[in-house]
Design a protein around this ligand. Structure first.
Ligand code: ZN
Length: 436
């Protein structure tokens, strides 16, 4: 993605009718990315809100799971479903669906509402509350449909004699093909549930003709049939474009806000950045790395679950899985979720660092790819990042710890600073992805 902030929908109306790249005045403080004086305080305030939401949401999820266990609520849900049916798989499915729904409604929904309110207040989102609520309802249904079968499988792995000792290993083994299937189906089945897509050629044939110049230079053979326009403007003032899917479902998506409001040179850079993800196989590489990391991650989750159970298992009524030869009970699944959520929070910098690396590579690729197509690739890239940052009110000076921990893209300042300095076409330079 090019997005500054997939983490919070936050483009500002000021991004509309942005001046062409060439007319943006340089920053007075010598930085590559800065905001007009009236926007800077807003971006700083929003930066604090985003920090609070990002960390607060994860800590709140952990707190809700702890509350479910310590109050006995998780145990009561388990007893309830055990009375409803004697069939274990069905018990696990009902328990998992209930816990997934409770977590969505108590842990996620309130935080999402706060984030949406902030996004509306700062003019980034333009999505009305009823439409937002409808999206959340779809999210709830999807969460239950996806998580309940996964947790049921996990529960079976915790109980089957052949798998219970190394259930974390088998959980990772079974999760990998499901993730790949999910990435394959995402663009075709999931994304259209939330947004409208159409072929980019339908409304922007002239733009597609320009994009073909980048396609020719990158030899990506991205045909127009794989270029889509997303009608984002109904919900957001944000600017974005992204690569999604894998194999036959792989495609480049450009938000209509980007196509309609960004100067053309900057769209070409954006597209070239996305082409970089495409050419450099970032999705398959990300999947491969993620799959490898899943094993140590699930091992740590099972290790932490065991420790939690040893310490509090009798109080929570979940002691069984602390002793692998004994079978897990339903409430033990909630302990697994607690350990999972804690470790997801603690290890968050790992996937984010990998993602930032891919994004940086795509930035380099994008800037090299538009060489010879736009007059000044450095200026175009800096202008594109500035428009992106302004659209999302991205703080020009974010806390380095927050950036390290939570950013899946380098900050706009980092990206713009690199772009301003990067010119491999000088006599001593060496382009990374293209011949001189
Ligand atoms: Zn990207």
């Amino acid at each position: 993605m090019l997005s500054a902030a997939a983490r919070a929908q936050s483009p500002s109306p000021a991004a509309i009718n942005t001046p062409p790249s060439e007319s943006r005045p340089p920053c007075s403080d010598g930085k590559a990315y800065c905001l007009p004086p009236e926007k800077l305080p807003k971006a700083q305030a929003l930066g604090h809100i985003r920090t609070g939401i990002e960390f607060g949401s994860q800590l709140w999820s952990i707190a809700v799971l702890l509350l479910l266990l310590t109050s006995g609520a998780a145990r009561r849900v388990a007893v309830f479903v055990e009375r409803k049916t004697a069939r274990r798989p069905l018990q696990a499915l009902l328990f998992s669906a209930s816990i997934a729904a409770i977590l969505f409604l108590i842990a996620q929904l309130p935080v999402a509402a706060i984030a949406h309110a902030a996004s509306l207040r700062y003019g980034i989102s333009v999505q009305a509350w009823p439409s937002w609520l409808l999206d959340e309802c779809k999210g709830l249904i999807l969460t239950i449909l996806l998580e309940a079968p996964l947790l049921t499988l996990l529960y079976a792995l915790m109980r089957w004699p052949w798998s219970r000792r190394l259930y974390w290993f088998w959980a990772a083994v079974f999760t990998i093909p499901l993730i790949i299937l999910g990435v394959f189906l995402l663009p075709a089945l999931i994304e259209p549930l939330f947004d409208k897509f159409e072929p980019l050629t339908q409304s922007h044939p002239a733009l597609v003709a320009q994009l073909q110049r980048v396609v020719a230079r990158t030899s990506t053979q991205i045909p127009p049939s794989r270029m889509f326009l997303m009608k984002a403007s109904e919900k957001s003032n944000g600017l974005n474009a992204y690569v999604t899917g894998i194999g036959a479902s792989k495609r480049i998506v450009v938000w209509d806000t980007t196509a309609d409001r960004m100067p053309q040179d900057e769209i070409l850079f954006t597209f070239a950045h996305e082409s970089g993800h495409y050419v450099l196989n970032h999705i398959p590489k990300g999947l491969a790395l993620g799959s490898m990391l899943l094993f140590p991650f699930f091992f740590l989750v099972s290790w932490l679950s065991n420790h939690l159970n040893l310490r509090w298992g009798s109080a929570w009524n979940t002691a069984d899985i602390a002793n692998p030869p004994a079978a897990a009970n339903l409430t033990g699944l909630a302990v697994f979720l607690l350990a999972f959520t804690i470790l997801q929070f603690v290890t968050e910098p790992i996937p984010n660092t990998i993602s930032r690396h891919f994004e940086h590579e795509a930035d380099v690729y994008g800037q090299e790819a538009i060489h010879g197509i736009v007059p000044n690739p450095q200026q175009t890239a800096v202008a594109a990042f500035s428009d992106l940052g302004e659209a999302y009110l991205d703080d020009p000076d974010p806390s380095p710890i927050f950036e390290f921990w939570t950013y899946d893209h380098p900050s706009i300042q980092t990206r713009a600073t690199f772009a301003a300095r990067y010119n491999p076409w000088t006599s001593r330079g060496q382009p990374k992805f293209f011949p001189r």
